[in-house]
Design a protein around this ligand. Structure first.
Ligand code: BGC
Length: 363
């Protein structure tokens, strides 16, 4: 699965090249062992992915394999089926295999402390990929599409979709969050609520169920079946005699589950948001069934990660601007890229250079 950055995406990514973060953060302060000494140009690089349950992670597996190999490294890539002990074991194996850098998309941001601290003690650099690694001194840097901004953009798109397709408010809306162990999930929700809370307060939006806390909205492990079950019970419990106008959906899998549930309940499709520009959802956006998705191109984020690995290999510091964020144990440099909201209107513009998605869209 190749996700080629389109024109808009290229502009967004170009803005961050050279490890320049958006948002005007300050210069990165990283101090990994590799930055001091460098390592062999054909070193083993570990990549520990959380699962392959959404398209972005499948793309990451393919892209890391291709791009690390092309850069001359030996990739050692594993995914852990959302099982924390399995991921801990996979990272242990990467340490034993002599990896110089381990790139980690954690299943649970707080459950990797001891294994990444052991890796760091061995002189290995740990980079959080897509998700932060919290409450540990073992992480050296993080690369991701800004997670709070993602949530804000999803909420802005939800409001735009309601205005454009559901007439005058007030609108009946429900809120969904991702898996609570994934640090992105509360960040997406927090970002979204900065936009939605004022609209709830001024009466533009009514959350009929009253379930506005992340803990009520969260879908364990980002499981689509659990999302559909929650939507089923919201619709039967609160919407037997009401129309649902919109649903905040944190990714494409959850959006499709929500749409299926709404159709089964005989509801007109609510305005739904999403994330990842998954193939199935790109088609739903094209056909006006899912209002929007949010693209965070995997090839560009992997390219940036591989750039970081090359910098470390040369024994150079990861310089450039980044946001320094405290992870509960230390300040960590977060390098961020900009996500892009995709609707029916800008679909072909965003994916202009993405042959595969364009073929889908035109097919
Ligand atoms: C990623 C999303 C993905 C979700 C579920 C999040 O951490 O940022 O792209 O849809 O995990 O896999």
């Amino acid at each position: 699965m190749k996700f080629k950055a389109g024109k808009l995406l290229v502009a967004a990514v170009a803005a961050t090249l050279g490890l320049t973060a958006c948002g005007g953060g300050r210069t990165a302060e990283t101090d990994s062992a590799a930055e001091a000494s460098g390592f062999a140009a054909d070193a083993t690089i570990g990549v520990a992915l959380p699962w392959l349950g959404s398209q972005n992670w499948k793309e990451a597996e393919v892209e890391f394999q291709e791009q690390l190999t092309a850069a001359g490294f030996k990739p050692l890539i594993q995914s852990a089926d959302n099982k924390v002990p399995q991921q801990q074991q996979q990272i242990e194996t990467m340490i034993q295999q002599g990896a110089k850098v381990i790139v980690v998309g954690p299943i649970d941001s707080t459950q990797l402390g001891s294994v990444v601290e052991r890796a760091k003690a061995e002189g290995i650099t740990i980079i959080g990929y897509d998700r932060t690694i919290d409450n540990t001194t073992g992480v050296d840097a993080v690369i991701q599409y800004s997670s709070v901004r993602t949530g804000e953009m999803q909420a802005e798109s939800l409001l735009e979709g309601l205005r454009k397709t559901k007439g005058e408010g007030p609108y009946n809306v429900e809120l969904f969050g991702g898996g609570p162990a994934d640090p992105n999930a509360p960040n997406f929700f927090t970002g979204a609520m900065t936009v939605l809370q004022p609209k709830i307060d001024d009466g533009t939006i009514t959350v009929v169920s009253g379930q506005t806390d992340f803990t009520q909205a969260a879908i364990p492990e980002w499981d689509n079946a659990k999302a559909q079950a929650r939507m089923d019970s919201l619709l039967s419990g609160f919407y037997a005699d009401k129309r649902i106008d919109g649903v905040l959906c944190p990714n494409d899998g959850i959006a499709r589950s929500v749409l299926t549930s709404a159709a089964q309940a005989g509801q007109e499709a609510p305005v739904t948001t999403g994330l990842d520009a998954e193939n199935e959802s790109v088609l739903l956006v094209r056909d006006g069934k899912q209002y929007s998705t949010t693209a965070k191109p995997t090839d560009a984020m992997v390219a940036k990660t591989v750039e970081m690995v090359k910098t470390l290999q040369r024994g150079e510091k990861l310089t450039g601007e980044s946001q320094m964020l405290n992870n509960g144990a230390k300040d960590v440099a977060i390098f961020e890229l900009d996500p892009i909201v995709v609707t029916k209107e800008n679909l072909t513009e965003v994916f202009a250079d993405d042959e595969e998605r364009m073929k889908l869209i035109e097919g």
